[in-house]
Structures are given as structure tokens and as C-alpha cells.
Design a protein around this ligand. Structure first.
Ligand SMILES: NC(=O)c1ccc[n+]([C@@H]2O[C@H](COP(=O)([O-])OP(=O)(O)OC[C@H]3O[C@@H](n4cnc5c(N)ncnc54)[C@H](OP(=O)(O)O)[C@@H]3O)[C@@H](O)[C@H]2O)c1
Length: 324
């Protein structure tokens, strides 16, 4: 699988490092495309990429690229995806998949009707930690589960991509999607109610979010996301007989189980990894081999459902991007 990266930014470099570190015989770091040829050439040289392109479209014209990794700001994903579909290129699209559910529904239907593979690069969905947590809940380690508390925060409010509404900035689409996905992965997508409050930046985007999810079966999730500074990144899943603590819900490092007396009864190790981004690539490889149009770890419907939740919150908070 020859991978072509669209956009030579921060996460693109991490993905390049991942592919190089994987040393997988079937996954090759083949191309980088930037809006600037100079930037693409520099990226290619630093990251050992075979081909460098000075425009996204030029890379899409290369018949040898098998998978495009879209690593641009949220505002660009919709048009980037449409361009890839035009060239019938399979895609792994960074989170947030698009700025809103309406855009996602449109491009996912378009991809399907053109028989083009596409999936959301919400990396936590593809990681082994997901099945570890699922299994712990399933076998009743902490009894009947009832609530979740999770947080994630980074000091990134000064970054253009975060504070600019025209780039679909804000904490929710950049960071909030992780606690949201953490809760939905454990409790499912049957959400009865979503509520929340946010603190806005001068530019009008949300910088700090509190989110409360009520599930149809009576479970509850209380989530926090901020781009104002670091948080402990811990996700707790509470049950009648104890609780599970996941250190770093954005890239789990430790999964611990506590009993009713708060005694640590189990530590589940996380398998050795390159960066954690390799799992989504391996899932794409599998899908391309079998001719699947989506990944089982993050079916299209779930991508849409997450965006419907973020749409509801933004509507509640009066946050609209200029292009909406
Ligand atoms: N999965 C994760 O853990 C993770 C972590 C960080 C970010 N992300 C996601 O990855 C995506 C990119 O984030 P990033 O932190 O890598 O951003 P970044 O450093 O700003 O890079 C984004 C790149 O997109 C390209 N681009 C295209 N149109 C643009 C525009 N109008 N304004 C600015 N840049 C534009 C630029 O590349 P060229 O100039 O080369 O064309 C830019 O370097 C986002 O969707 C973000 O949420 C995911």
C-alpha cells in the first residue's frame, strides 16, 4: 500500500515517522503533497519520502498512490475528500472527519457511489486498547457499568488551526472528539440527550467544553475538553463493583482496574507500538485487500453520528463556521 500524505504539517510528520518505523513490507511512505513544492521537497528529504508534489491534485494524478492520508485543517477535509473521490483514490481522513454531519453525509454517499474506500483517522478506535477495555467490561470485571468521566487538554489555543473559525477551529472538533469517542466506544451510540457548556475565545470558537451525555439505557458520561492547558487525560469507567482508569485517553498508556475499596486489582499492559497511528493504517491495508469501502473499527454511520453530536453542541453554543 503506497501512502500519499496530503498537507505537510505536524501530524503529517508523525504519520511519516510511523510508516518509517513500522517497517511493514506492505506499507510504503510513497508521496507527500503540499501547496508549496519547496515545503514538499523539504518534507520528503527529512522523512525519506519517494515523491514530492507541489499541489494536492498532482499527487492524485499519480496512478501508483494507493491511499491518501488527509492531514489538513478540519475546514479543508470536505473539499479534499471530494477531490480524492474525483480521482477515485482511497482515503484515510484525519479527525474531525468534516466540519459537520451534513458535509460527512454528502461525501460518504459520494464515496460509496463511486466505490471509493474512505475512513476516519480517529486513531483511538483502531488501537488494541479499545478491545482490551471492551473485554474488561464484557467479562464483568467492574460489574454493571453506569457512568464515565473523561478529560483531555493541551495548551494549543495560540495555534491558527485552533483559534480560527474559518479553519473550523475550537476545542470540540480538535480535542473534544476524543472524550466523546471514549464514551461512545464503551457505552455505544444510543445517546438520549447531549448537553454542555463552553467558554469561547475572542474569535468565537470554543476553547473549553463541558459535555454531559445521557444514554438511552440510563448510563451517563461527563466529559471535559480544553485547549487552554494540559489535563491529566484520564478516562474513568465506573461500575457497580469497581472502576477502570485509562491513563491518556488519546493514546492509552495504562489501563488499571480498581475494586469497591479503591484497591488496584489489575493492570492491563498496552502492547508495544510505533506511535499508535500504525493501527489505522493496518486497518486500511486490510480493507483495501478485501475491497471493503469502510473500516469495521469506525463505520461511516458512526462517523456521522459523532458529527451530529458535535453539531448539536455547537448549535447549543451558537458556534457556526463562516462557510456553514
Ligand atoms: N490523530 C491525532 O492524534 C491528531 C493530532 C494532531 C492533529 N490531528 C488532525 O490532523 C489534521 C491536521 O492537524 P495538524 O496539527 O497537522 O495541522 P497543521 O500542522 O496546521 O498542518 C495542516 C496542513 O494542512 C495544509 N493546509 C491545507 N489547507 C490549509 C489552510 N487553509 N490553512 C492551513 N493549512 C492548510 C498545510 O499543508 P501544506 O501547506 O503543506 O499544504 C498544513 O501544513 C487536523 O484534522 C487535526 O485535527 C490529529
Amino acid at each position: 500500500m503506497k501512502v500519499g500524505i496530503m498537507g505537510a504539517g505536524k501530524i503529517a510528520a508523525t504519520m511519516a515517522q510511523t510508516i518509517n518505523g513500522m517497517k511493514h513490507p506492505e506499507v510504503e511512505l510513497y508521496a507527500i503533497a503540499s501547496r508549496s513544492l519547496e515545503k514538499a521537497l523539504d518534507f520528503a528529504q527529512k522523512n525519506n519520502v519517494t515523491k514530492a508534489f507541489g499541489s494536492y491534485e498532482e499527487m492524485l494524478k499519480d496512478p501508483d498512490v494507493d491511499l491518501i492520508y488527509i492531514a489538513t485543517p478540519h475546514s479543508e477535509h470536505y473539499s479534499n475528500i471530494k477531490l480524492c473521490i474525483q480521482y477515485k483514490k482511497a482515503m484515510l481522513v484525519e479527525k474531525a472527519f468534516t466540519a459537520n454531519a451534513c458535509q460527512a453525509e454528502e461525501v460518504l454517499a459520494l464515496a460509496r457511489s463511486n466505490h471509493v474506500f474512505i475512513t476516519e483517522a480517529i486513531w483511538t478506535r483502531y488501537m488494541p486498547s479499545r478491545s482490551i477495555i471492551d473485554k474488561l467490561i464484557e467479562i464483568g470485571t467492574i460489574g454493571k457499568v453506569h457512568s464515565i468521566q473523561a478529560n483531555l487538554g493541551y495548551p494549543i489555543f495560540q495555534i491558527d488551526r485552533i483559534f480560527k473559525p474559518e479553519l473550523a477551529g475550537g476545542a470540540l472538533l480538535d480535542i473534544g472528539v476524543y472524550p466523546l469517542n471514549f464514551a461512545l466506544m464503551a457505552f455505544g451510540h444510543e445517546v438520549a440527550k447531549i448537553e454542555g457548556s463552553c467558554i469561547k475565545a475572542d474569535t468565537g470558537v470554543d476553547f473549553m467544553d463541558n459535555i454531559a451525555l445521557t444514554f438511552k439505557d440510563g448510563k451517563f458520561a461527563s466529559l471535559h475538553a480544553t485547549c487552554m492547558g494540559p489535563t491529566d487525560r484520564i478516562g474513568f469507567i465506573y461500575g457497580e463493583k469497581g472502576y477502570i482508569a485509562v491513563t491518556n485517553i488519546n493514546n492509552p498508556e495504562k489501563i488499571e482496574v480498581f475494586d469497591t475499596d479503591h484497591k488496584l486489582v489489575r493492570v492491563v499492559p498496552i502492547p508495544q507500538q510505533v506511535t499508535g497511528y500504525e493501527y489505522e493504517l493496518l486497518s486500511c491495508l486490510e480493507a483495501l485487500k478485501t475491497g471493503a469501502l469502510e473500516c469495521k473499527e469506525m463505520p461511516h454511520q458512526k462517523t456521522i453520528e459523532v458529527l451530529k453530536l458535535t453539531d448539536t453542541l455547537r448549535q447549543l453554543w451558537g458556534i457556526h463556521y463562516p462557510f456553514e
